[in-house]
Design a protein around this ligand. Structure first.
Ligand SMILES: NC(=O)c1ccc[n+]([C@@H]2O[C@H](COP(=O)([O-])OP(=O)(O)OC[C@H]3O[C@@H](n4cnc5c(N)ncnc54)[C@H](OP(=O)(O)O)[C@@H]3O)[C@@H](O)[C@H]2O)c1
Length: 264
């Protein structure tokens, strides 16, 4: 069965790369993009067929992936409706495009709303899922299975989808910011910048793996590292006094609010 992508930029391209890495045959993927230059580049870089004719993808794909910017989604959905093809699993990753909004243009289609994140390109992504009731159980399992090979998958209810989007969709940017802050602070104390970045990256990887392995709340792990009167405790005191948790709460709230605005 063919997997058809309408849009293959940053996110669509990362998913296609992930599928190819998992062993999906090149011949099983087709993508349509806006410009002939992009089509040519994708064909050269990924070896899949890339065209500028959405209709080819709409007709040939067994599963349709929508990976255009949110502002282009409506016109693409209208193209799909106008094509008259029978309903098929439609996987949309555009911010704010809920199942209900998509079904206003494609009534009763088995729509799957997803929110991937870019670490999926490194095999450590998070992909959130929300399914239309019409989506057969088997299609749900199979689509989630595709993304399991690129990280972890989570089914999320609509009421908290924007909050989850703020955490895992935008979260990589916040973690990059934190890594940069750690490295810059160490560099200010004399560590060479590139070495500081390497130390910060490995520290974040190691700490994340410990949280995942230890089965303990992260706050408890932090306490275990911070011996009373020791140097970690001195740093933790500064974090607590600066109310960093409140800043992070405001950061996620602003992100989720923006995601919610897109969903209207
Ligand atoms: N980037 C992320 O981190 C991220 C994370 C989660 C979700 N998303 C979602 O993923 C979607 C794509 O984002 P992106 O960052 O990948 O955008 P992007 O890099 O700008 O890619 C957009 C793609 O859509 C193509 N395109 C534009 N208009 C089209 C049309 N009418 N028909 C067919 N293809 C068309 C573009 O082709 P040309 O190159 O020829 O213009 C390009 O391949 C967005 O809806 C976004 O909300 C992105």
């Amino acid at each position: 069965m063919k997997l058809g992508f309408i849009g293959a930029g940053e996110m669509g391209g990362a998913i296609i790369r992930g599928l190819l890495t998992q062993g999906c045959p090149k011949e099983d993927i087709i993508a349509s993009v806006h410009t002939p230059q992009s089509a040519e580049r994708i064909q050269k870089e990924l070896g899949i067929e890339a065209v500028t004719d959405n209709r080819r993808v709409i007709v040939e794909a067994g599963w349709l992936f929508i990976a255009v910017k949110p502002a282009q989604v409506e016109s693409v959905l209208k193209e799909i409706a106008a094509s008259g093809v029978p309903a098929k699993p439609l996987i949309c990753m555009a911010l704010g495009w809920t199942v209900e909004k998509i079904q206003r243009v494609l009534p009763a289609w088995p729509v799957i709303r997803i929110m991937p994140n870019t670490p999926l390109a490194a095999g450590e992504g998070v992909t959130l899922f929300h399914f239309a009731p019409e989506t057969p159980k088997r299609a749900r399992r199979e689509v989630m299975g595709l993304f399991d090979g690129m990280g972890k998958t989570f089914e999320i209810s609509l009421s908290v989808f924007d909050a989850a989007t703020a955490l895992s969709g935008s979260g990589p940017a916040f973690v990059y910011y934190f890594i940069d802050a750690l490295a810059s602070a160490a560099a200010a104390q004399g560590l060479p910048q590139d070495e500081a970045v390497k130390l910060a990256v490995q520290t974040v990887i190691g700490a994340a793996k410990m949280v995942s392995r230890e089965n303990l709340p992260p706050a408890e792990l932090a306490q275990k590292v911070a011996t009373p009167g020791g140097c970690t405790a001195a740093g933790m005191d500064v974090l607590a006094a600066s109310d960093v948790k409140a800043v992070i709460a405001r950061t996620l709230a602003a992100t989720a609010k923006k995601a919610e605005e897109y969903s209207k």
